[in-house]
Design a binder for this molecule. Structure first.
Ligand SMILES: C[S@@+](CC[C@H](N)C(=O)[O-])C[C@H]1O[C@@H](n2cnc3c(N)ncnc32)[C@H](O)[C@@H]1O
Length: 351
């Protein structure tokens, strides 16, 4: 039995799945889901994320967190939270860099929000008992200001897909082909859905879980004070396009070909996330990853690392390029900050 068999049987009985339902099954099915059973981050796995490219990424986010705390007036306690912490590398780099801000770590109550049991085990190996875990942000106590970061979390939060046909919008769903295998199909869109005007053939993605996270973070920083930093690949302006992507051993594969065996993502919908946070009264701003890291001083950090280890200069140069070059992660990836009104977290001045 594979996840493809299981889903085909479910679809045969209950009808097609939305793309969002399909993504949820592929990522989180308890028996077969990618994150539930075989998350493989890193060069030897399926995909590489920014913290795994270079320690500079996490160190600068550590500096961002520490300066945020200072700008908040150095509260005696803050919840330092990472959502979707992968193998724990990012939090480990953040905590090391944050040591340089006197008093910051002493004020931090550190939490990881994670749904994957195999990844929780890897995080525990790396971070030991310096952190606590929660399965959802709502389970992290809310009686202190929040400093939260998440890298490549939004892209795991599923989206539905709608296609503009000659006669109006239709929903792209996962059904069965004539051969009984999983196949994309068109279904009518629910009547209550408000979709924008678009030319024929346009694909519109809508992620209720991404918007819900924007709203939850917005409400939380307004209530408790603080800031949430979301870094991911995605759009900074509303737009169209099919961004569903499956990655296996660094290669793009057909999203329907091997459910549960590949990482499956959609682009972060930052405009929708920011709008949801603003509706809760939060402030929101966005930069490209290149601009965000430049404003935090990645150029100077790279020079310092090269001075300490001249033999590593070529590797450090390659890592810097991967993080900030326009044709690498620099432009496609964005850094979005949702924060309580009345102050501005570092890097987002006049963003
Ligand atoms: C693409 S990995 C990114 C890992 C890490 N942030 C990094 O940059 O290397 C996505 C992470 O989000 C976690 N995740 C996926 N869906 C989640 C959810 N609904 N709530 C919390 N974590 C989730 C995964 O288990 C994994 O740790």
């Amino acid at each position: 039995m594979t996840l493809a068999d299981k889903l085909a049987a479910e679809i045969g009985e209950g009808g097609p799945l939305t793309v969002a339902q399909f993504m949820t099954a592929c990522l989180h099915d308890p028996q077969f889901g990618y994150y539930a059973t075989r998350p493989a981050l890193g060069e030897a796995g399926d995909f590489v994320t920014a913290p795994l490219v270079s320690q500079m990424f996490g160190e600068l986010i550590g500096a961002w967190a520490a300066v945020s705390w200072q700008r908040m007036g150095e509260p005696a306690q803050v919840r330092l939270v990472e959502m979707g912490p992968g193998d724990g590398t990012l939090m480990s780099d953040v905590l090391r860099a944050a040591r340089t801000a006197p008093g910051f770590l002493e004020a931090c109550d550190v939490w990881l929000v994670e749904t994957s049991e195999p990844l929780k085990a890897r995080q525990a190996e790396r971070l030991g008992d310096a952190v606590s875990w929660a399965a959802a942000l709502a389970d992290v106590p809310g009686d202190a200001p929040l400093i939260l970061f998440a890298n490549e979390l939004l892209d795991c939060l599923p989206a539905r897909q709608f296609v503009r046909t000659a006669t109006g919008w239709a929903e792209q769903v996962v059904g069965l082909g004539a051969d009984g295998r999983l196949a994309f199909r068109m279904a009518p869109t629910p009547a209550n859905l408000l979709l924008p005007d678009a030319r024929e053939g346009a694909v519109f993605e809508q992620s209720a879980p991404q918007e819900a996270l924007g709203a939850e973070l917005g409400a939380r920083v307004v209530r408790d004070g603080g800031a949430a930093l979301l870094v991911d690949y995605g759009r900074s302006l509303p737009g169209f396009g099919d961004t569903l992507q499956a990655l296996r051993r660094h290669e793009k594969v057909d999203p329907l070909a091997c459910p549960g065996e590949a990482d499956l993502t959609v682009h972060a919908d930052f405009p929708a996330v920011m709008a949801a946070a603003r509706r809760e009264g939060a402030s929101a701003a966005i930069l490209t990853q290149a601009e965000f890291l430049a404003r935090l001083g990645i150029g100077e950090r790279a020079e310092a690392l090269v001075r300490a280890r001249p033999d590593k200069a070529p590797a450090i140069g390659r890592q810097l390029n991967r993080l900030v070059a326009a044709d690498q992660m620099g432009e496609l990836f964005k850094a979005c900050c949702l924060h309580s009104p009345g102050w501005t977290p570092p890097a987002f001045e006049e963003a």
